[in-house]
Write a protein that binds this ligand. Structure first.
Ligand SMILES: [Fe+2]
Length: 218
């Protein structure tokens, strides 16, 4: 049995870093320069661990196969979740000035919540896992868990890695930070709202709340 080691499949280049910022310009809203650079590095590292070279090459899916957007790319989801998380934070901060929300943590966490997706969606990994799931699992790591690994490898703080692992199913078994809870709500809301607005392939909605009814084009 062949063993596999996670890591970049090719050098992490400035071209990849430039592509990350072009595909996900909201990363530029992070004010702390060190945090901003590490977010770019996290995505660049994650892409280099896969066959993808751009975020816009990753299919627009929540988990592989479900839910699936009818159009667009993974970048549309990431950008929407970051902006929605910020709007949630701004609404509460405006109405309740006493609340404490760490804006840069929220932005960096929203930017990195799905940073494990290049690994989980990678065609080479998926083919290998499907051929013999008993060797290394299927997937070996979900995007939330691999995303936590990526965050820690590139030197992002624990507060950001926590959101990568806590935003998805794994979060049910943890206590979540405030920023993690906001990102989690923005992420799940984004998919459910996309579904009711008719933006999601209906066959891919099995994991969504059964109360959702899809607005169809007249
Ligand atoms: Fe997401």
């Amino acid at each position: 049995m062949e063993l596999h080691y996670s890591g970049p499949r090719r050098p992490i280049t400035d071209e990849v870093r430039k592509g990350v910022l072009e595909d996900f310009p909201e990363i530029g809203m992070i004010q702390d320069a060190s945090l901003r650079e590490k977010v770019v590095e996290a995505w660049s590292y994650a892409l280099s661990c896969s066959d993808f070279t751009r975020i816009t090459q990753i299919p627009p899916e929540g988990n592989p196969g479900a839910p699936v957007l009818k159009a667009g790319t993974q970048a549309d989801h990431l950008r929407g979740v970051l902006r929605l998380a910020l709007k949630i934070a701004e609404e509460f901060a405006a109405s309740w000035p006493s609340v404490e929300i760490h804006r840069d943590v929220l932005l960096a966490a929203a930017a990195c919540h799905d940073v494990g997706k290049p690994y989980e969606f990678d065609p080479t990994n998926r083919k290998r896992w499907a051929e013999n799931p008993s060797y290394a699992g299927q997937p070996t790591f979900r995007h939330s868990v691999f995303g936590m690994h990526v965050c820690l490898v590139v030197g992002l703080p624990e507060e950001i890695a926590h959101v990568a692992v806590g935003h998805s199913f794994e979060g049910q078994y943890m206590g979540l930070s405030t920023e993690c809870f906001i990102v989690r709500q923005a992420d799940h809301s984004w998919w459910q709202l996309a579904a009711t607005l008719g933006l999601v392939v209906e066959d891919s909605m099995k994991s969504m709340p059964t109360m959702i009814r899809v607005r169809r084009q007249p």
